[in-house]
Design a protein around this ligand. Structure first.
Ligand code: ACO
Length: 321
């Protein structure tokens, strides 16, 4: 059988860092309130003119360098974003062109904060089917462009960034490495709890992010833990056997409550929300890259990924690194 094995990892954060103190100058908020409710201390914001594909391209180049591969080795790009450069073409084709790749396929995928898990599952299935050999799975966002900077209930929560993974199809992987299982869910009844109030076909405008934060919070932990239990049941793994829990970084309280409910030890939980804010589809690969760079995630480790976001969408993945 064919397995999708992680071959490399890369990330990119825009240079400008916006602290809670900076935000307190812009809206009626405080470092205390933001840290208490979310765990966020600072987030990165893309420069004027710096677009999602720029972030994605930088992360993709870093991932290729980490994998020891050339752009030409890639035959599939799946890019998760809710903040594309343009309505069309896909941001993924800008990345493809930026890398100088003229073969294979590149497309975007939209599942808001669950985008990276959705993209990973999609790539895994393409690779396992034998249709493609090496895929760049990218999460890249510029949520700063859809924030209402006068709305303190949302503008303090999000940041910009990108992360990328190189997945490679390997036949009969002897070490048991690779994507072991993925589980995706959605429930459109909740589509108005977290949405952007504009769009091509509705308002012909971009719009701003709107969220019923309490409602999202109320559903998050249950949905996250359910889909992780699905991953555990499919593989026979559990809270004890995983080495690292790398959740979508939306809110420290949601992450901690999920880990407690699942019985995952706090030292296994990778946290970057304090430094990155919620970067939507980019948050998981950014967190993976941070934990890989500092020597935590190593070859052979069992890594649990999870995300929940607008839609609602949610999902999990278990990866033997
Ligand atoms: N600074 C100071 N006060 C604020 C701020 C702020 N930035 N924002 C809201 N408040 C005030 C509110 O106005 C309210 O005041 P009131 O009581 O006088 O009306 C008070 O703080 C409490 O507001 P709540 O919204 O009830 O605060 P809550 O404890 O629910 O925290 C939060 C809000 C952090 C958004 C929380 O609900 C949450 O984390 N929800 C989940 C959101 C999330 O994670 N979304 C992303 C997941 S999906 C995705 O990633 C796209």
């Amino acid at each position: 059988a064919i397995r999708s094995v992680v071959r490399g990892l890369g990330a990119y954060l825009p240079g400008r860092c916006l602290t809670n103190a900076d935000l307190a100058q812009m809206v009626d908020t405080s470092d205390d309130w933001i840290v208490q409710r979310t765990g966020i201390r600072e987030r990165h914001i893309a420069a004027e003119g710096e677009v999602t594909s720029d972030l994605a391209l930088a992360a993709a180049k870093a991932a290729l360098a980490d994998a020891g591969l050339e752009p030409g080795d890639i035959d599939l790009i799946v890019l998760a974003t809710s903040t594309p450069d343009n309505t069309f073409p896909a941001t993924a084709v800008s990345v493809q062109a930026g890398l100088g790749i003229t073969h294979g396929a590149a497309f975007d995928l939209q599942a808001v904060c669950s985008g990276f898990v959705y993209a990973l599952a999609t790539a895994d299935n393409f690779l396992k089917s034998g249709q493609y050999r090496r895929c760049l799975v990218i999460g890249a966002e510029t949520f700063s462009r859809i924030l209402d900077w006068s709305d303190r209930t949302t503008c303090v929560l999000f940041g910009d960034g990108a992360g990328a993974l190189v997945l490679e199809a390997v036949r009969d992987e002897a070490d048991g490495r690779g994507v072991l299982t993925t589980h995706l869910r959605s429930d459109g009844r909740f589509k108005n709890k977290l949405f952007v109030d504009g769009g091509v076909s509705s308002t012909r405008s971009v719009g701003y992010l709107r969220m019923e934060g309490r409602e999202v919070f109320r559903h998050a932990v249950g949905m996250i833990t359910d889909v992780i239990v699905d991953a555990f049941e499919a593989t026979g793994e559990d809270a004890e056997t995983i080495d690292w829990f790398v959740p979508h970084q939306a809110n420290r309280r949601i992450i901690d409550a999920s880990a407690v409910k699942l019985g995952i030890a706090p030292e296994k939980v990778v946290i970057t929300v304090d430094r990155h804010g919620n970067t939507s589809a980019a948050s998981i690969p950014l967190a993976l890259a941070a934990a890989h760079a500092d020597g935590r995630i190593k070859r052979g480790d069992l890594v649990l990924l999870e995300a929940m976001g607008g839609g609602f969408t949610w999902g999990s993945a278990l990866v033997r690194w």
